[in-house]
Every structure is written in structure tokens, then in C-alpha cells.
Design a protein around this ligand. Sequence first.
Ligand SMILES: CC/C=C\C/C=C\C/C=C\C/C=C\CC/C=C/C(=O)SCCNC(=O)CCNC(=O)[C@H](O)C(C)(C)COP(=O)(O)OP(=O)(O)OC[C@H]1O[C@@H](n2cnc3c(N)ncnc32)[C@H](O)[C@@H]1OP(=O)(O)O
Ligand SMILES: Cc1cc2nc3c(=O)[nH]c(=O)nc-3n(C[C@H](O)[C@H](O)[C@H](O)COP(=O)(O)OP(=O)(O)OC[C@H]3O[C@@H](n4cnc5c(N)ncnc54)[C@H](O)[C@@H]3O)c2cc1C
Length: 572
Amino acid sequence: MAAALQTLGGGIGITLHWIAFTPTIEQQATEEQKKKWLKLAQDVAIVGAYAQTEMGHGTFVRGLETTATYDPSTQEFVINSPTLTSTKWWPGGLGKTANHATVMAQLYTRGKCYGPHNFMVQIRSLENHQPCPGVTLGDIGPKMESNGNDNGFARFDHVRIPRENMLMKFARVEADGTYVQPPSSKLAYSNMVYLRGTFVMSAAQALASATTIAVRYSCVRRQSEMKPGEPEPQILEYQTQQYKLFPQLAAAYAFWFASWFMTQQHGSITGSMEKGDMSGLAELHALSAGLKSYTTAVTARGIDVCRMACGGHGYSHASGLPALFGGAAALCTAEGENTVMMLQTARYLVKCFAQSQAGKRLTGTVAYLSAVQPSPVAGNRNMSDLGTLVAAFQHRAARMVRHAAMQMQGEMQKGKAREDAWNSCSVLLIKAAEAHVHSFVVRNFAETVQTVEVDESVRAVLTSLCQLYSLYGITEHAGDFLKDGYLTGRDIDAASSHLSAMLARVRPDAVALVDAFDLHDKILRSVLGRYDGRVYEHLYEWAKKSPLNKSEVHESYYKYLQPFLKSNRAKL
Ligand SMILES: CC/C=C\C/C=C\C/C=C\C/C=C\CC/C=C/C(=O)SCCNC(=O)CCNC(=O)[C@H](O)C(C)(C)COP(=O)(O)OP(=O)(O)OC[C@H]1O[C@@H](n2cnc3c(N)ncnc32)[C@H](O)[C@@H]1OP(=O)(O)O
Ligand SMILES: Cc1cc2nc3c(=O)[nH]c(=O)nc-3n(C[C@H](O)[C@H](O)[C@H](O)COP(=O)(O)OP(=O)(O)OC[C@H]3O[C@@H](n4cnc5c(N)ncnc54)[C@H](O)[C@@H]3O)c2cc1C
């Protein structure tokens, strides 16, 4: 699906139908409701949008203003947009494409508000696509990228829908208006958890695309002289070029493996939740929020590194990199703004830390928090050993989580309210949560490469890539590792020189490593990243197709430039 979406340039009107609307039915509808809508959605007999965000609120879901008020006399919900800021704003496909939407609205029954719930609302006629009575719809206008997707707005003026249109797998409203609680109030958000998990795969895919383009181009491009009089080398021979690109390449692999873990974790925890066991929900939420935030942020930065590594041609749309960057930038904001998501992970970590302090043995992705020793013993560590590198990342994360949590406790002991203490420590908390996610990605990468069964040489290359990724992380964040003396200056120097060695070791396999992503030219849509390497011929062909080249002398010459030049010449 990720590849298919990318072929479509980061989205068309139907993208959200597949990635959000249909999964929401799958995850939040009863069996009866699925019988009614799921096949229609899967066969695209209806097209849906996921309408949650409003003009005034995206992050703070509890602050949404759209209301769904139950009327027991007709057994209907009345969907209403009471204010300008309650206008649904941003949902993909809502502008012009969708005829249905799952609408997140504050549920009122028997005079009481029960918070945000999902409702299936038909928004356009299935006959002529006109908005349904009481529904006002439109497109929100051009965006940074993804303009193939008609992100839209919607207003509802007391629109009536049957009671059965509330997605009732978890919470229910009975015919008489009685509200039946879900096993967890956060199950109404389960589709967001799922989508965040899929963003990790999208990030991996986007970074894999960017590195494919930049690595291939760096083998075609020759520039300068390494030694006087020698032929110009492929720019990938420059160590600085390798230092720019190989950490991004390694991150693409790391994120791919993290996304596999996420998918598997999602399947297993939602499986348990189906059986009534909600114990994994908090960890699933924390992991998906943190991974979504971390991988999309690193991807967006990494794509820009790839762009700059392609020099001037990287700035052209011919490279495909600006579009990839625009797509990755969307991933940083959509489905939970990245800072907000990382703070959710931090919230979970602070809780886990407190539990660990109280003697509880932690499990799963946070188990290391109770295992790591607070007072490290410094020593000459073997910085080329993957186990040592994983342990260093875990130590760094555990120290930073402890530090942020203790700072918060200190603020509260000085009399600050918990919420104020949280806010005044939130930069520390974000950094701690990032360190936790980084540590997870490193560990998962190391564990995954150890399970490679294809052949020894593949495992060896992936192990080098994993070392490169870990060493790069340590040198980039050296201060964090040095702070309590866990690593010494000598260890950091050793990490730097191992990193240099890894750059040289990965170089001969770099093209094979990007080819292994198996991204067809039709998906890459990049002149620079072509599989056949015929960049210059195709760059010329691409430029000739520019709309400005349709005529030899552009009409603007006759309209503006010619009279302007004439008048200037006349003044001489
Ligand atoms: C290859 C592809 C190629 C290219 C792509 C190219 C282009 C891309 C282009 C476009 C992008 C594509 C698609 C875009 C699709 C986007 C869709 C959307 O954006 S839909 C809208 C998404 N909206 C959000 O994500 C909203 C974010 N906000 C929230 O989730 C919550 O409101 C928030 C968690 C911030 C608030 O929580 P809080 O204020 O703490 O209060 P609350 O009472 O809600 O929480 C209390 C309690 O519950 C825990 N919790 C919160 N959320 C969840 C959850 N989902 N699951 C489980 N638990 C949850 C919370 O941590 C807290 O726990 P404790 O009390 O601490 O125990
Ligand atoms: C390309 C794209 C596609 C989208 N598609 C959809 C869709 O299909 N359906 C849909 O419903 N929505 C969609 N959205 C909306 C998207 O989900 C929201 O924009 C997103 O969740 C961020 O919310 P916001 O816009 O309210 O940002 P805001 O919350 O207003 O963020 C602004 C700033 O405030 C900060 N901030 C906010 N709250 C906190 C806090 N508690 N602590 C610290 N800092 C905070 C943020 O970090 C950020 O820096 C889409 C958005 C984009 C860009």
C-alpha cells in the first residue's frame, strides 16, 4: 500500500479512503455494521474520508466541538457544527471526492457529554455527488505537497443520522439513550494508533527512496579532483558524501525493521484486546506515537540531506527529492503532531520509571529502564561490538528518562502543580523520549540483523550497516553519552574511527543496498535516481518538457518584457 501511494505522488482523493476510512470501519464497527459498510468500502462502492480535525483543534481531540446529540424520540443522532472553529478541516478526500465520512464528534445523550466518538455520515449523494442536505463541503486549497489529495472542510447543520451509524464496537448508545461504556475510553482512538504504525513504514519507504536516488546519482556524478591530474571521481568516493548518505541509508533499513516490529506488535496486542485484555494498549500507544514522531522527523531531515548531497540538481523537481520532502513533512504533522506524540511517549516513560522506582519489574520495550545501573563504571569499551553499542544507547535513554522524571519530581516538591512541572520539564522529557525511541530502533536493528538467514555475506553487510547507524548516533549525540561518564572521550574517539571504517566498508555495497529496496523507476519518479544511470540524457529531455519551453518565445515577452525593454531603450 505504501508503495502504491507513493506511485500516486503522496496521495489522491482516495488515499484516506484506504488508509483511514476503511481501517476505521474494520477496527471500530460492530460485525453488523461491518456487514453494512465494509464490503462497500473495500469494493469502493462508497468513498470515505476520516473527518476528525477541526479548524480550531487537531491535537487536542477532547477539545473538538462538533456534536452528536442523541434524540431517543427518533432514534437518531443530530450532527452539528456549532461554531466556525468546529468546521472539519484537513480530512483527505473530503473536499471533492468522498461521499461518506467517519466523523469524530462529542457524544451527548440524556443531557451528558461522553467525549469524542466516531459516526458514519453520508456527506454526498450517491446519485449526483451533491452535498447532502445540511452539509457544506469544500477543498481547503493548495498545500506544501500532496496536492493530488483534496483535503477538505465540512460543516454540519443539524444533520440527522440513524442511531446505528455510531461506530459501536466498543462504546454503545442504546435505543433509550443509555450510554454503555467501552472497556477503555481510548479505544475510540485505536484507529490513530494503527495509522501511526503505518507512518513508520511510510517514513522508511520515503527515506529508502531518497537514499536510492542520492546513492545512485552519487555514482553517476563526477566532480573535482581527488588527486591532481587524476580523472574526476564519483562523488560517492568523498568521505563527506558517504557521511551524509550512509547514515540515512542505514536509518532507512532501521526504520523498515522497526516498522515490521510495529506491525507485529500491533497485531499481537490488538489480538489480546479482542479477548478483553487491555494491558498492552498503553505500551502500544507509546511505542507507535514515539516511533511515528522519531522516524518521520529523521526522515524529513534525511531527505533534505539527500537533496543537498545531489547539489544543484537535487533542488530540481527532476530529482524527485522536493516531493519526497513535502510528503515527509506532512507525515511529521499529520496523525498527531510530532512533539505532541513524543510527549505521549514521555508520559508513558515517566509512569514506567515511577513503577520501576516502586519495585515493579518492567517488561517489553521499557524493560531496560529497571535493568540499567544508574552509576556507570567507565572503562575502555569495545566500540565495534554491537552489544556494547546497544547497551550504551539503553544507558543513555535510562539516564535521560531518570533525569527528566527526577527534575519533574523536584519541581513538584518545590510546590509546582504536576501540569506546571510537566510543562517546565517538557524539553527534557522530549529529549528523553527521543533517546528511548532511538535506543529501541538500535536494539531492534541489531536483533533483526542477527536473525538474517539468507546468507552470511548479507548478514555481514547488514551488521556493518547497523554498526554504522549506531556509531553515527553516538558521535552525533556524544554529549549525552559522556555526561555521566558512561562513555569516555577515548570511547567517543574510538566510535569516530570505527565509523570512518564503516563508511569505507559499506561503500562497495552501497548500490546493492539501495537496489535491494527494489523501488521501480515508476515509484521513484526521479531523473537522478534512474536504475539505468542515464541521468544527463534524461535531465535534458525532462527540461525540454517544461511548460515554459512549449513556445520558443514566451507570451510574457510580448506582454511585459518587450514593452519594458523598448521603453528602457527609448530613454537612452
Ligand atoms: C509511502 C507513503 C509515501 C508518501 C507519503 C506522502 C505524502 C503524505 C501525505 C499525506 C499524509 C497522509 C495521510 C495523512 C492522514 C492523516 C490523518 C490524520 O491526521 S487524522 C487526525 C489525527 N489526529 C491526531 O492524531 C490527534 C492527536 N491527538 C491525540 O491523539 C490526543 O488527543 C492526545 C494523545 C494528544 C491527547 O491526549 P491527552 O490530552 O492526554 O488526553 P486524553 O484524555 O485524550 O488521554 C488520557 C490518557 O489516554 C492516553 N492516550 C491518548 N491517546 C491514546 C491512544 N490513542 N491509545 C491509548 N491511549 C491513549 C494518554 O496517554 C493518557 O494516558 P494516561 O492517563 O497517562 O495513562
Ligand atoms: C497533510 C495532512 C493531512 C491530514 N489529513 C487529515 C485527515 O485525513 N483527517 C483529519 O482529521 N485530520 C487530518 N490532518 C490534520 C492533522 O491530524 C493535524 O493537523 C495534526 O494532528 C496536528 O494538529 P493541529 O493542526 O491542531 O496542530 P497544533 O496542535 O495546533 O500544533 C501547533 C503547535 O502547537 C504545539 N502543541 C500543541 N499541543 C501541544 C501540547 N500539548 N504540548 C506541547 N506542544 C503542543 C505543537 O507541537 C505544534 O508545535 C491532516 C494534516 C495534514 C498536514
